[in-house]
Design a protein around this ligand. Sequence first.
Ligand SMILES: Cc1cc2nc3c(=O)[nH]c(=O)nc-3n(C[C@H](O)[C@H](O)[C@H](O)COP(=O)(O)OP(=O)(O)OC[C@H]3O[C@@H](n4cnc5c(N)ncnc54)[C@H](O)[C@@H]3O)c2cc1C
Length: 342
Amino acid sequence: VAGIWVYADVRTGGTVDSSVLGLLTKARSLSDDVTAVALGTKVTPSVRLFADHGAATVLAGEDAAYDDCLAQPAAYVLARLADEHRPELVLFSASYDSRDVAGRLQAILGSTLVANVDDLVAPDRVRIRTALSVWPGRPGNLRGGVGGTKVVDVSLSGPLPRLVIARPNAFAARRVGGQARLVTIDVPIPEELKRARVVQRYEEEEAGPRLEEAKVVVAGGRGLRDRSNFHLLDELAAAIDNAAVGVTRPLVDEGWAPFSMQIGQTGKTVKPDVYLAIGISGATQHVVGMKEAKRIIAINKDKNAAIFQIADLGVVGDAMRVVPALISELQRNVELKARSNT
Ligand SMILES: Cc1cc2nc3c(=O)[nH]c(=O)nc-3n(C[C@H](O)[C@H](O)[C@H](O)COP(=O)(O)OP(=O)(O)OC[C@H]3O[C@@H](n4cnc5c(N)ncnc54)[C@H](O)[C@@H]3O)c2cc1C
């Protein structure tokens, strides 16, 4: 049995998400035998990055099919490699492509697959946290007391390798400064696996920090009332260092914001230092995507809103009045700071 593998999802342009590096860091804390499997067209430049985050071996396959086609070629090649090398565990990040590959690999190998994993306790044991419903009027909050978070430990059995999809940002990436052995993969990809092809790519313009990596998340919900108030989120984020804007699902459904901004069960998971929830009720499906923020500040006009049960600081008030006041206060501070520096 050969150690822990990480499916190192390299994007078409050659970039690597920090969640992949976090998986390598975590894998290395459990085993010295960590392999990054990188399939794409521009993977070799990332080999040092993988080594630096804990990979002892990098299996690198460069073929246009990995970028031009959907996940079939990658799943097929991974299955062939797993048959040959017999890893104990293969870890996947929660990116769309990684999840697609993981699902198809499971179908080929018939192995155990666990998704939404928050922690790896051992190579055969994972931890999953789920937020329990908030009960208004009940003592305690989601992060501690009554009605809090349910922690489920799952032991993995069945044929090797076992497959795990981690939640976004489950593990922090740390450099360990290692060296990796580079092994070039040369598994021919059957033509029939190249039929489902990517016909168009749409890159969303990204301004400011990425939502998953921002230190501060300014999130808005239906309490913003109207699309014309959305600019308040942008202005508030612009007034704070390293802040990004996120939304609840209704705002995506209404077409006010793209899906890439949605936070929650069916959107992104964020773990910022500060989460500002503006006009957000605190539905469980939203809360699971943000409950691990270090500090939660909620602005809501309903003092009984569930979000206040997990908030560290709550402002009961009309967002349309509180947020502009907050923006001008922050801008004033920035000006004062700039003045005192000159
Ligand atoms: C399978 C499934 C998956 C889902 N996945 C997600 C997900 O990934 N992410 C997600 O967010 N949701 C998800 N949902 C939807 C979720 O259940 C909630 O409906 C949603 O999170 C509510 O969004 P909201 O808080 O913006 O709206 P609401 O629940 O309508 O809350 C609006 C809040 O704004 C407050 N408010 C109103 N006016 C003002 C004002 N002027 N100033 C201040 N406050 C004001 C109100 O008091 C209220 O608390 C999912 C649902 C299902 C069934």
